[in-house]
Design a protein around this ligand. Structure first.
Ligand code: AP5
Length: 216
């Protein structure tokens, strides 16, 4: 694909630990910059019971572990083959995936949402999701009008299987072991932009938008 360049279709890799707000802010990026939101987490959840030679994605996700690279790389290669620009959420999660991505495409900017561990645990254990339309809520920070009911479509809200506290702590451990080296990699290549993710969603978006505008 083409070399890195300023472009109307920015290629954005959004990094951050579990619960940093990648999904929340990717929706803003998608709307503002008109690029598709490519999320490995959602793609894997939609295919969680599909048998692969490595087993099903569910077996890994329920434990908070990474799904094997070949399964995830294939999802991303397919998604990126159809688009110029993108906001990539949840990938790359280890250095091998970062190298695979570099073979597929250049990227324009890599914003990194920084949030401390206890705030991540608070956000994830309080998250509720709509199984029908995919809307996200938080019992404290972003509660629906009626407890347990989706504002958008009226469905009953559920908790993600991997949002229990013990699995959340394991996801954070897996992130520190595998994904922090990816953050270091992009910091050293000069593509990383650090954004304080521990503000309100609106304040995070303002800083993020400014950072992306300045970089593309
Ligand atoms: P994935 O779905 O990617 O989960 P994650 O990275 O752990 O991130 P989350 O979706 O939990 O959080 P987020 O950062 O998007 O935060 P959100 O905006 O929702 O991956 C799940 C699993 O799939 C992995 O564990 C792994 O098994 C597998 N997987 C995925 N990609 C893989 C890969 N590349 N390789 C291998 N395996 C892979 O916000 C969280 C909550 O906080 C919400 O309730 C929200 O309302 C609230 N919130 C957001 N922003 C704020 C704010 N500023 N202030 C207060 N609350 C906020």
């Amino acid at each position: 694909m083409s070399e890195s360049q300023g472009s109307n279709d920015p290629r954005i890799v959004l990094l951050g630990p579990p619960g940093a707000g990648k999904g929340t802010q990717s929706a803003n990026i998608e709307e503002r910059f008109g690029v598709p939101h490519v999320t490995t987490g959602d793609a894997l959840r939609a295919n969680r019971d599909v048998e692969t030679e490595h087993g099903t994605p569910r077996e890994y996700m329920e434990e908070g572990e990474l799904v094997p690279d070949p399964v995830v790389n294939e999802i991303v290669a397919e998604a990126l083959s159809n688009t110029q620009g993108f906001v990539l959420d949840g990938y790359p999660r280890n250095v091998d995936q970062a190298e695979y991505l570099a073979e597929m495409t250049a990227v324009d900017v890599v914003p990194f949402l920084q949030v401390g561990e206890e705030e991540l645990v608070r956000r994830l254990t309080g998250r509720r999701v709509c199984p029908d339309c995919g809307a996200n809520y938080h019992v404290e920070f972003d509660a629906p009008d009626e407890e347990g009911v989706c504002d958008e479509c009226g469905a009953e809200l559920t908790q993600r299987e991997d949002d229990s506290e013990d699995v959340v702590r394991e996801r954070i451990r897996v992130y520190e072991e595998n994904t922090e080296p990816v953050v270091t990699h992009y910091r050293e290549s000069g593509e990383l932009i650090e954004v304080d993710g521990e503000q309100s969603p609106e304040e995070v978006w303002e800083k993020l938008r400014e950072a992306i505008d300045a970089a593309i």
